[in-house]
Design a protein around this ligand. Sequence first.
Ligand SMILES: NC(=O)c1ccc[n+]([C@@H]2O[C@H](COP(=O)([O-])OP(=O)(O)OC[C@H]3O[C@@H](n4cnc5c(N)ncnc54)[C@H](O)[C@@H]3O)[C@@H](O)[C@H]2O)c1
Ligand SMILES: [Zn+2]
Length: 356
Amino acid sequence: MNSIEIHSARQAYSVVVGSGLLVTAGDKIKEKLPPSRCATISDTNVAPRFLASVQKSLRGVNFDPLPIVVQAGEQSKALEQAGEICEQMLRAGLDRQSFVVGLGGGVIGDLSGFVAAIFERGIPHVQIPTTLLAMVDSSIGGKTGVNARAGKNLIGAFHSPSLVIDDVEVLETLPRRELNQGFAEIIKHAVIIDVEMFRQLEDADPNNVDLAPLIRRNVEIKARIVEKDEHERTGERALLNFGHTIGHGIEHAVDYHGIVHGEAVSLGMVAAAEISMKKAGLPKTECERIVDLLGKFGLPTRLPKDFPRAKIFDALKLDKKFARGEIRFVLAPKIGSATLASDVMFDDIRAALGAL
Ligand SMILES: NC(=O)c1ccc[n+]([C@@H]2O[C@H](COP(=O)([O-])OP(=O)(O)OC[C@H]3O[C@@H](n4cnc5c(N)ncnc54)[C@H](O)[C@@H]3O)[C@@H](O)[C@H]2O)c1
Ligand SMILES: [Zn+2]
C-alpha cells in the first residue's frame, strides 16, 4: 500500500492505493476522523457487492454508519436526491460532527461530496471510489456537484475529501466498458504530461495491466495539476480538458445516450490530435500513436456512420464562450505536453470532425 498526499487550499488529504483495503477502511478513517456517526452513500450496483464489508469495518472501530443506497446511474446526481439524503441524515440524528462516506463511481463521489459540502454547512467526506475513472479522475480535486436541467455539473461546490481509499480489488467486478472509460482519462494524462507512461501503455497488455501502480501515477498527475490551479484560474487545470471540448459536443449530440463519457472523450482526443497536427506541430506519427493506443484500450476512434455529426457542431456553437471566441482549446504539440490555444476556429473543428 502506498499513500499520496494532496494539498488543497483548505486541507491536505491522502489517497491510499492498494489491494483488499475495503475491510480495513474503518481503521484508515479512524486515523483521520474522531468517532462519530456517518452516512455511507452507495448505489444499487455497488451496495450489494461492497457496502456490507465497509459497514462492518466502520462498526468495528465504533463508527455508527447509516447506509443510504440510491439508484445507479447519472439521474441520481440531482438536487432533489441530494436534498432527500440530507433529510434522511437529519432524521437519523446525524449532525455537524458526522461525516459522509461515498462508496461508488463518479456519480456517487460527486453526489456524496456535494451532500458533505452542504450538510450542516459542510462535514468531512471520505471517498471510496469503485470505478477506474473515479480513482484516477473524479475523486481527486475537490469538485462535487449535481446536474441541472440546463446542463451537467452546474450545481456544486469545491469540497476536498479528508481521505480517498482506492481498493483495486473492487475493479474486478467493473464491466469492461466502464474500465475502458478510466483508460480514456489515463491516456489523456499520458498525452498531456507523461510520455513515459504513454510508452508503457503502448507496451502493456490491455487485459493484464498492473493497476495499482498505474492508478498511483495517475492520482499523482491529476493531484499535481490540481494543486497548481485548484479553482481553475491559471489555465493549468484546463489542460485536463484535452479531448473534452469536442467530447462534450459528441455527448450532447446524442443527448448522453448510447455513448459513454470516456468514449466521447476518446473521439474528442482523436479530433484534438488532428487539430494539434495543424496548429501545434504534432508529428503525424505521434497522432497515429495516440489513435492506436486509444483503439488498443477498446475505445472508439471513428464516429459511427449514422452519427448525427451536425449536432456536434450545434452543441459547440451553443457554448457561449465559443461564440465569443473565448474558448481555449487544449492542443498537444507532442506526446507528453499540452498547451492552451485561442486560435482554434470552427473550421478547424469542422475539418477534424470530418476526419473522424
Ligand atoms: N468531480 C470531478 O472532478 C469529476 C471528474 C470526472 C467525472 N466526474 C463525474 O463522474 C461521473 C462518472 O463516473 P463513473 O464513470 O464512475 O460512473 P458511475 O458512477 O455511474 O459508475 C458507472 C457504472 O458502474 C457501476 N459500478 C461502479 N463501481 C462498480 C464496481 N466496482 N463493480 C460493478 N459495477 C460498478 C455503477 O453502478 C454504474 O452503473 C459523471 O457524473 C461525471 O460527471 C466528476
Ligand atoms: Zn473526462
